[in-house]
Design a protein around this ligand. Structure first.
Ligand code: FAD
Length: 405
């Protein structure tokens, strides 16, 4: 009898978790499992702010996919997904195509620029290893160039961060630690460096506990960050940005580096493949399948799951993507064994910790608010836990964070 073919697209948190769980649940003779990913490595997206600021080398945030999959059960294909032909049950890859019986789409998200002019062209993103490496090198180039110029342009040393959500704040935390190192390395007076965070919403870290937000803002301000809250970026240019508060006339802020860290949308493959989506995210059924397509599951940043308590979508997080991966693997194993009664995904919120640099953080863990060294310790525990869930103790020993005291 022909074995069913399970194809998993994306080896991020959701896709890799589905793969390692499926290889445990299913025997070699029960199904063929194919994992497709753009690169031959997985990167910890939740650590990219460190690689981007230059406080952690990019090789520390990635590991070889082949090291964590069981190659006797999973066929790994390194390729880029171009489109999904859902009616023909096949995936078009950059260099071929693959057919499926069950499909898992876990291709992550892409930056949402809300149509703001110039952002795509001139702002840096914190989205993958390549973009992080580019941003780190660009900032170093600005510092290195500054002292080479006869007529010094201080705005070269201005760094603007668009967005004071999770990604923006975690990046600012690392940046405020990195800037003194850069100044020392390139003989630059630290007073010449400006770090400005622009946020359109009326608060930093919307949805976070106000007391913790106050702590985060005062810690970052103390380390030199200037916050422009309730202020929108209207345009990004090669020289900087234009911002405005309300109906005010836009004003220019010249900057050598602009980073866009606000907003995530689903992977563009979703819309290109004709799935019904909101900002590229598909509202999945409780069993994580796409309405109308019983053989297609969507996880992570490309999926949309409603928090029934507030009737709003959960923000996309690694925590949700990994939990979805576990449920998805169990559901596919059930389908392979001809069981139609599938498990419903229920998000079990274990808490949130937002880092403010190497040794500081804020968070709510098991309902308790934490700040400073204890929150920073918890952040590293969370980071190591995700390694453990995918690759066990061996991966934690190889890639884990142990500078916890
Ligand atoms: P990802 O983990 O992004 O993986 C997607 C995979 O698909 C990648 O391997 C990518 O290379 C691959 N891929 C993409 N397109 C293609 C294609 N066309 N063809 C082939 N392969 C492709 N969440 C938390 O829970 N806690 C945090 O502390 C936290 N901190 C964050 C900090 C930063 C700086 C950022 C950027 C995000 C943070 N998040 C955090 C959010 C979290 O990282 C995402 O929600 C999570 O990565 C989503 O997982 P995913 O499986 O959907 O996608």
């Amino acid at each position: 009898m022909r074995k069913p073919k399970i194809v998993i697209l994306g080896a991020g948190y959701g896709g890799l978790m589905t793969t390692v769980r499926l290889q445990k649940h299913l025997g070699v003779n029960e199904a063929d499992i194919v994992l497709v990913n753009k690169n031959d490595y997985h990167y910890e997206t939740t650590w990219l702010h460190e690689a981007s600021a230059g406080t952690l080398h990019h090789d520390k945030v990635r590991y070889d996919i082949r090291d964590v999959i069981d190659r006797s059960k999973v066929d790994f294909v390194q390729s880029t997904v171009v489109e999904i032909k859902k009616d023909e049950k096949k995936v078009i890859l950059e260099n071929g195509e693959v057919e499926y019986d069950y499909l898992v789409i876990a291709l992550g998200g892409e930056p949402e620029t809300f149509g703001i002019k110039g952002l795509k062209e001139y702002a840096f993103g914190i989205t993958n290893v390549n973009s992080s490496r580019l941003l780190r090198e660009h900032m170093e180039y600005q510092f290195a160039t500054y002292n080479m110029e006869e007529e010094k342009d201080d705005t070269r040393l201005t760094i603007v961060v668009g967005g004071a959500g999770f990604t923006g704040i975690e990046f600012l935390g690392e940046l405020t630690n990195r800037v003194p190192e850069l100044c020392h390395e390139y003989d630059v007076d630290q007073h010449k460096v400006k770090i400005i965070c622009v946020e359109a919403a009326p608060t930093v870290l919307p949805g976070f506990d106000p007391e913790l937000v106050k702590y985060a803002v005062s810690q970052l301000e103390r380390k030199g960050v200037e916050f422009l809250i309730g202020t929108a970026i209207k345009e990004c240019t090669p020289e900087g940005i234009f911002v405005a508060k309300g109906e005010d006339e836009p004003r220019e802020i010249k900057a050598g580096t602009v980073v866009w860290a606000a907003g995530v949308r689903g992977n563009s493959v979703i819309e290109k493949s004709g799935f019904e989506a909101m900002r590229g995210r598909v509202k999945v059924q409780p069993d994580l399948r796409v309405p109308g397509f019983n053989d297609v599951f969507i996880l992570g940043d490309s999926s949309l799951v409603i928090n029934e308590e507030i009737n709003r979508p959960y923000p996309p997080t690694a925590q949700i993507a990994m939990q979805q991966g576990e449920v998805c693997a169990r559901n596919i194993a059930a389908l392979v064994r001809n069981k139609q009664d599938l498990e419903e995904f229920k998000f079990d919120n274990k808490g949130t910790v937002c880092s403010l640099g190497e040794d500081d953080a804020i968070g709510v863990v098991f309902g308790k608010k934490i700040t400073g060294a204890s929150a920073s310790f918890m952040k590293k525990v969370v980071d190591n836990r995700s390694l453990y869930m995918i690759g066990g103790a061996g991966l934690v020993l190889k890639k884990g964070k142990f500078n916890i005291f």
